[in-house]
Structures are given as C-alpha cells and as structure tokens.
Design a protein around this ligand. Structure first.
Ligand code: 9D3
Length: 246
C-alpha cells in the first residue's frame, strides 16, 4: 500500500512515520509513504503558495498551480490510485471507509492550509473529500495522519501477530467492554468477579452486555448501523426494561 502526502509542512510527519507499528510496516515494505512538499512546486522567487480570495474576505486561499503541479509529479503506477482532499467539508471518516481505502494500491492525500483550496483543484483533480470530524484543525496534516493510521493498520501483515483488528471496537459497530489487568485490587477497586471465574461463556455474556450497555448510554446513534445478533437484541431488551423500571 502506497501513500503520497502533498503538504506545505512535510516535517510534521517525521515522528508519526517513525512510530512503532507504522515504522515497522514501512521498514518491511508493506507500506510505502512518500512526502511531496507543495512549496517546491511554487513559482517565483518567494515560492508563494497562497493568495487573497477573489471577492474579498478574510484569510488566504491556496493557489491551484502549486498543488496541481505537485499532483502531476506523483507517479501513479497503480490502476486504482485515489486522490483524497482532506477538508472540513468532506465526508466524515468512518471505519467502513477505512476498510474500503485499505483495498486500494495507492492513496494520494492532499493537505490544505489557510482558509481552503482553490475550488478548481477540488472539482477537477480530487476523487474523494474526507473530514475527520466536526472540529476545527489548522490544516489537513493531522487529518492525513489519522487516515494513514486508520487505513494502514488494516493492510494485511501490518499489525503482525501483535493483535487482531477483528474484534476491535467499531468492527461490529458497538463500543468495547471494560478491560482489566493486574493487580486484582487497584486503589480499592476490584476486578469484576466474573472475569476471575474461569467461566468463558459467562465472561463472554458479561462483556457483550457491557458493550451494549455502554453503547446504549453513550452512543445510541451507533445502533443504526450495528450488526446485532438475536442474543444482542435479547440483552438490549432486558437492559431497556431495567432502565424503564428504575
Ligand atoms: C476557522 C477557519 N474556518 C472558517 C470558518 C474554515 C476552516 C478552514 C480550514 C477550518 C479548518 C481548516 C483547516 N482544516 C482542515 O484542513 C481539515 C479538517 C478540519 O479542520 N477538521 C476536521 N477534518 C479536517 S480534514 C482537513
């Protein structure tokens, strides 16, 4: 899987790219990440990449030329490369999209700065616009790192034997159950007895119930897309009955 990042701030990516799991994936060749500095495609003695908005108003706009030339400079040896613009106006990133992106051979990520990018880049050169949520960032760089993190860990072999991404939170659309490790008593708080019982069926049921309880309390919106089994529906019905009677 290859990622190309187009940015005015390539240095922001160095610690992220060295980070353990991704760093190992890059070393092993499973993931190839290349940085392209948009500024090196600017013209003129001052390498200007932004300009004042037509029509007036506050802030600056990224000039289309440097981004366009940076994009043209990217080699696209693969048939299914995708050009993604990180923007607050994009489709909010979800796990299902991360899985879809992980099937591609090459993702080309364009990070915006300033108030935004000239509209003509968006309309003629971009395949997909992504946001990572409804809050204001200073630019697309952190969003690009979020996309790379979420997608590359789904590439076969990247996580290694370290852990499985199959039972992660969100893979079945629910929040995760609470986790505990040693010591058995910490600051006076005990590990739930069921987890020490050795009864695997009881433990599975307890965890599923906690998952459903948390999702109901914190993220009821997730039930719209969750894949619920008959057992889940039965547990949910019980939880709701309990909530109504209290
Ligand atoms: C304060 C500036 N805003 C005017 C009301 C518009 C604005 C422009 C540029 C807000 C943020 C940004 C920079 N953000 C991104 O490039 C970005 C982003 C984000 O801010 N939130 C969530 N996902 C993303 S993806 C790219």
């Amino acid at each position: 899987m290859r990622f190309d990042i187009l940015t005015l701030f390539p240095d922001l990516f160095s610690p992220f790219l060295r980070e353990s799991i991704l760093g190992r994936a890059v070393k092993s060749g499973l993931v190839d990440i290349r940085l392209t500095d948009i500024r090196s495609f600017a013209h003129g003695p001052h390498n200007v990449t932004d300009d004042r908005p037509y029509g007036g108003g506050n802030g600056m706009v990224m000039k289309p030329g440097p981004v366009y030339r940076a994009l043209q400079s990217i080699d696209r040896p693969h048939r299914d490369s995708l050009v993604i613009l990180l923007t607050p106006q994009g489709k909010p990133l979800e796990q299902s999209m991360a899985w879809e992106l992980a099937r591609r051979d090459q993702l080309i990520l364009i990070c915006g700065r300033y108030e935004g990018m000239d509209e003509r880049i968006r309309t003629s050169d971009v395949d997909l616009e992504l946001s990572i949520g409804d809050y204001v960032l200073s630019g697309g760089e952190l969003a690009a790192m979020v996309v790379i993190d979420a997608v590359s860990r789904l590439v076969p072999g990247v996580l290694g034997g370290e852990r499985s991404n199959l039972d992660d939170s969100f893979e079945d659309g629910l929040l995760e159950y609470p986790h505990y490790t040693r010591p058995r008593i910490f600051n006076g708080k005990e590990v739930p007895a069921v987890l020490l019982s050795g009864d695997h069926e009881k433990i599975r049921l307890w965890r599923r119930t906690e998952s459903l309880k948390r999702t109901l309390e914190r993220r009821p919106d997730l039930f719209k897309k969750a894949r619920l089994k008959e057992e889940d529906k039965a547990i949910l019905a019980k939880l709701k009955k309990k909530a109504d009677s209290s």
